[in-house]
Design a binder for this molecule. Structure first.
Ligand SMILES: [Zn+2]
Length: 312
């Protein structure tokens, strides 16, 4: 059995874009109820994250943007980016969420766990200077930069949320130390539309260290699994010291935000394969929540994956 930490804070519920928006604050508590049903909750080491400082946020974000989030947070209104409205306390809620990802990375660096999980993470659309697509601060980019400073020189990000991980791709497009991979619904038919295509393979020093796997509109388990097999080859060649996964489940058949039609078996398969890779390559594994907006499918599809992390 693997030592698995779940970073969790009741105040995750404050990250709530309000009535009519898919991203609501109750999704974490509802997921936990599902973890209990799956009998994995008592096998997880639950920890509350300490808050990180603004200095850590600036590992990816501009000071101007951080200040804008603070201002909107105080004022209680304003817009952070497309589909990303501001609200009172938005800075504190977003900071707590990034803190959980960074502290989860710390727990792995300090060898307190085999796998560390933050379900209130995986905000892959945020750019350095603006919020986008429900994402305020890009905890994946902040955490990967934090790991680079800590001397980890081979980091791999695998993102299988239904949407292309465009903010993360952009953050490391010129970087050969952070290999970014994203599997997602074809952006010709889906947000973010502009990026996520096969020919985006990195630039300069980062050429060959970015891969995209656009999937068909109504992608089912077989296609997803076939493409994931390619990802496993990439990981085996790259041999990361540290793996960050964005395990978003908005490609599940219940979640109508995408057109993808994945069943729980697809999430069971990829998380199981990641654990096989972990065994072979001995990397540290940080798992971040990502998308998923329908209950109880969200908690169940995350839970299936976490069960594999615990059981290896
Ligand atoms: Zn998504």
């Amino acid at each position: 059995m693997n030592r698995t930490i779940l970073f969790y804070d009741e105040r995750f519920k404050n990250l709530d874009f309000g009535d009519g928006h898919p991203m609501r604050g109750d999704r974490y508590q509802k997921a936990l109820a599902e973890f209990k049903n799956l009998r994995i909750l008592d096998r997880l080491d639950l920890r509350e994250p300490d808050l990180i400082s603004d200095d850590v946020l600036t590992l990816f974000h501009t000071k101007e943007y951080i200040n804008l989030v603070k201002e909107i947070s105080k004022r209680g209104k304003g817009v952070l980016g497309s589909d990303t409205p501001g609200f009172k306390g938005v800075y504190d809620a977003a900071l707590l969420s990034v803190s959980a990802s960074v502290k989860a990375a710390d727990s792995l660096l300090e060898n307190e766990a085999d796998v560390s999980v933050n379900i209130c993470g995986g905000w892959h659309h945020a750019f350095e200077n603006k919020g986008r697509g429900f994402c305020i601060f890009n905890d994946i980019a902040v955490t990967a930069n934090y790991l680079l400073i800590k001397g980890i020189n081979k980091i791999m990000v695998i993102d299988y949320d239904a949407h292309h991980g465009d903010g993360t791709q952009r953050a490391f497009y010129n970087n050969s130390k952070v290999y970014t991979v994203s599997l997602h619904q074809d952006p010709q038919t889906f947000y973010p539309f502009m990026t996520g295509y096969k020919d985006e393979t990195g630039k300069g020093e980062g050429e060959g260290f970015n891969r995209n796997f656009p999937l068909s509109l109504q992608c089912k388990d077989n296609e997803f699994i076939q493409n994931f097999n390619e990802v496993e080859k990439i990981a085996s060649d790259f041999k990361p010291q540290f793996m960050i996964i964005q395990m978003g489940v908005d490609g599940s058949r219940e979640c109508l935000i995408s057109n993808m039609e994945l069943s729980p078996a697809a999430y069971d398969f990829v998380s199981g394969e990641i654990m096989t890779l972990k065994e072979k390559l001995s990397f540290k594994l940080l798992a971040l929540g990502g998308g998923g907006f329908v209950h109880p499918a969200l908690g169940r599809n995350w839970g299936i994956q976490i069960k594999n992390f615990i059981e290896g």
